[in-house]
Design a protein around this ligand. Structure first.
Ligand code: FAD
Ligand code: NA
Length: 389
């Protein structure tokens, strides 16, 4: 093995650490990934028939208020001026999301001022005043009142968790944002956009340094190659961005995750829904939302003969499914503490990223964490100042 540093996982976490180590420290870096492509869940490719860029693991919108991350990502790609907006369909009427003054006035067929709308929602939320909601259903009602909760949140949430909200812990939601203006911009960050030439071009630019070697279709836990766990741990510093419970052979039990299933369809029409994301708030539709990828890049000259959509279904992940969103129950929190203790005992090993730390990270957070790991651990270690763990 001819590497100073081995990185397991080529998602944005692994790519960022690899890029910094190769570029700033001149290290030889080997990245392995069990998938057949780099980029982790941010990977995209052009759908064959239409040439429309499709995000293979669910729609990815880049946004950040972190100036360091923004400067860093702009070294590898330019961003379009795309601004994300989401709509939702309830009783065959389309409303703007997140819930805002436009949603409220359309729903109540009214022309409330911000103060009037606020007073109304407060009154409706008062239904459960003085109680301490124990389940998500009561919590939702206590936050925004029964009418809006039942229309826009209840069934959507039931579909996300495949569980009736009265059976879900109240702790899953701490707040349900309601905006008393007509602003329906989805993100509040300073910077937002999509990579001009697509995600894959961005991700590939991050591994352009000849000191970085990428080994695809290579699973850390399989023997028979030079980068297996048994060959590298303790021999060379390793950054591991796979699931932390898997690393320890589930010794403290499985952590729980939600996953999504995407059903792709190419339709012989120019435009299916007029926007990139439409939520489906009602029970009668089994999916949570539909993405239409052409709308992420209105600046591109896509075909007018066809469009690509994904219907998104959400469920608890089983072993073998792609783990996407940490569920983070009280039991999970106990397990992750035990895994972190185990992690401290591993020689020259860093657990990072979404799967390695069991935290939901947006892309900018994954990149931010990776830059910090580089500054605080990798760089001091290779300049001989400090041991890695
Ligand atoms: P990942 O991207 O998951 O990469 C981990 C990599 O490790 C994978 O490529 C995996 O194959 C590899 N790996 C795991 N185990 C092994 C093993 N044993 N051997 C070898 N390789 C292994 N962020 C946003 O900012 N905006 C969004 O709109 C957004 N939407 C998202 C939608 C979904 C459905 C999901 C799941 C995430 C979304 N994210 C979004 C988050 C974004 O994908 C993450 O921030 C980013 O992927 C984090 O990267 P990571 O490197 O930590 O993990
Ligand atoms: Na998303």
């Amino acid at each position: 093995m001819n590497a100073d540093l081995v990185i397991v996982g080529s998602g944005l976490t692994g790519l960022t650490i690899a890029e910094r180590a190769a570029d700033e420290l001149g290290l030889k870096v080997a990245i392995i990934d069990r998938r057949s492509h780099i980029g982790g869940n941010a990977y995209s490719e052009n759908e064959e028939q239409t040439g429309i860029e499709v995000h293979r693991y669910g729609a990815h919108l880049f946004h950040t208020s972190n100036e360091r991350v923004w400067e860093y990502v702009n070294r590898f790609t330019e961003f379009t001026n795309y601004v994300h907006r989401v709509y939702t369909r309830h009783n065959e009427i389309v409303y703007p999301m997140p819930i805002n003054l436009g949603t409220i006035n359309q729903f109540f067929n009214a022309a409330y001022t911000p103060a009037e709308a606020k007073a109304l929602i407060q009154e409706q939320a008062g239904e459960l005043a003085g109680t301490n909601p124990q389940n998500l259903n009561d919590k939702g009602i206590s936050l925004i009142g029964r009418p809006l909760y039942e229309a826009f949140i209840k069934h959507y949430t039931a579909k996300q968790w495949q569980t009736d909200p009265s059976e879900l812990p109240a702790s899953i939601i701490s707040r349900l944002p309601v905006r008393y203006t007509y602003d329906n911009r989805y993100f509040n960050d300073t910077h937002e956009g999509l990579p001009v030439n697509g995600y894959t071009a961005w991700l590939e630019n991050m591994v352009a340094n000849p000191n970085i070697e990428v080994h695809l279709n290579t699973d850390f836990f399989e023997e028979g190659h030079e980068f297996s766990k048994s060959k590298v741990v303790g021999q060379v510093p390793v950054v591991y961005t796979g699931p932390i419970d898997r690393y320890f052979d589930y010794a403290e039990g499985d952590l729980s995750w939600r996953t999504i299933d995407l059903e792709e369809e190419v339709l012989p029409i120019e435009d299916f829904q007029g926007t990139s994301v439409m939520n489906y708030a009602d029970e009668k539709y089994p999916f949570t939302r539909i993405h239409e990828f052409r709308h992420f890049h209105p600046e591109r000259d896509y075909t007018k003969d066809a469009t690509v959509i994904h219907r998104e279904y959400s469920r608890f992940a089983e072993r073998g499914d792609e783990p996407y969103y940490p569920i983070n129950t009280a039991v999970d929190r106990e397990k992750i503490l035990k895994y972190r203790e185990l992690a401290k005992g591993e020689p020259e090993m860093i657990f990072a990223g979404r799967l390695g730390t069991y935290k939901y990270f947006d892309m900018h957070m994954a990149i931010g964490q990776a830059l910090s790991i580089f500054d605080n651990k990798i760089k001091p270690h290779f300049s001989g100042e400090e041991k890695l763990v």
